[in-house]
Design a protein around this ligand. Structure first.
Ligand SMILES: Nc1ncnc2c1ncn2[C@@H]1O[C@H](COP(=O)(O)OP(=O)(O)O)[C@@H](O)[C@H]1O
Ligand SMILES: [Mg+2]
Length: 328
């Protein structure tokens, strides 16, 4: 392991994107304000995705008012596993992943036993806006609990790993696999303590990892190597991510996807302000790649043409892919 800042400095020379540049040159430039609700509200994202024929975890129900909390039992029905989350949450906060029932109570994915009253209290906190962007009143959604594909068993510690791809104007520019750890409580958010692992855009092979601002090659809980793992359905994930531009109209987004054991690839959420740590996990700066895509867009514009999802994928895989495996 070596220091985060040393790494960041070394990356500066290689086109690293800082927060100011991301906001000014990408988020503000490519993301129309009026389209934000599509990505900032997970219920709206789901509706959009379903309308576009893109698979998402099934929505069991929505609770919008204190009074509707009474509907919880009806929404859950006989199910023993489900997820409750704030529609406008971020960073994994306020999410409750219920894996089982236990003697009239519930068991979370990390093994904590909680009562029905505690769940109701959690929903009430969600409604008041405790977890929402800007503290606005929010809605709680109850959805299908994703069971990760077996492939992740060896490299993950409970919970659901997700795949994040940053997409500029429909062109995937960088990818990362995020693995929950004991510390992250089954969530794949880096700020909760999950690991980010870079992914080769062309092959879907994992590169090195970053955890709590350190570079790693082994999962801290399982000690299994996190690099050199072949992610399944890779082109499918790339295609799904590239198509999200048409889905939401925002030009600079982070697309979060999961691989369910039975349902296959699903879109979990879209982010209009994707984080920058993905650069550490890929040992590559984002601007190197975003500039290449912007140059491509200029060139296509001059020729008066646009590219299909497949053409965009081929371009980025040829341009940014086939990264040699990590040394040592
Ligand atoms: N339906 C689900 N089933 C299982 N785990 C989930 C589910 N939804 C979210 N999670 C876990 O919580 C994390 C954060 O969820 P997400 O919907 O991306 O919300 P946020 O905006 O807070 O990041 C995911 O990366 C995943 O690990
Ligand atoms: Mg997320």
């Amino acid at each position: 392991m070596f220091g985060f800042w040393k790494t960041w400095k070394a990356l500066e020379a290689r086109g690293i994107m800082g927060i100011n540049r991301r906001n000014a040159d990408y988020v503000l430039k490519y993301n129309k304000r009026s389209l934000y609700p599509i990505v900032d509200d997970k219920i709206i994202t789901k509706e959009r995705a379903i309308a576009a024929g893109i698979h998402v975890p099934e929505l069991y129900g929505v609770i919008s008012t204190e009074k509707e909390i009474d509907k919880l039992d009806e929404i859950i029905g006989e199910r023993s596993d489900f997820v409750i989350k704030p529609a406008q949450g971020a960073g994994g906060d306020g999410i409750l992943v219920i894996a089982d029932r236990f003697e009239g109570r519930y068991r979370t994915v990390s093994g904590k036993i909680i009562s029905h009253e505690e769940i109701e209290h959690q929903i009430s906190s969600i409604l008041t806006g405790l977890y929402s962007l800007g503290g606005h009143r929010d809605r709680a959604l109850i959805e299908y609990r994703v069971i990760p594909d077996q492939i992740f068993k060896s490299i993950s510690y409970e919970g659901v790993p997700d795949i994040r791809i940053i997409v500029l104007m429909g062109y995937p520019v960088m990818a990362m696999l995020r693995l929950p750890t004991r510390q992250s409580g089954g969530k794949a958010n880096l700020h909760q303590g999950a690991i980010g692992v870079g992914v080769d855009l062309a092959t879907g092979l994992t590169l090195r990892g970053t955890w709590l601002n350190n570079i790693i090659t082994k999962h801290p809980d399982t000690t299994n190597a996190v690099d050199g793992v072949q992610l399944p359905y890779w082109d499918g994930f790339m295609k799904l991510a590239a198509g999200c531009y048409e889905l939401c109209g925002l030009g600079y987004i982070g697309v979060d996807m999961v691989l369910d054991q039975e349902k296959g690839p699903l879109i979990l959420e879209l982010n209009a302000r994707p984080g920058l740590n993905i650069q550490i996990a890929n040992d590559c700066g984002l601007t190197l790649r975003t500039h290449a895509v912007e140059a491509r867009l200029e060139e296509l514009k001059a020729r008066g043409v646009t590219e299909t999802v497949e053409e965009r994928m081929a371009f980025v895989q040829e341009m940014f892919g086939h990264i040699p495996p990590v040394e040592g």
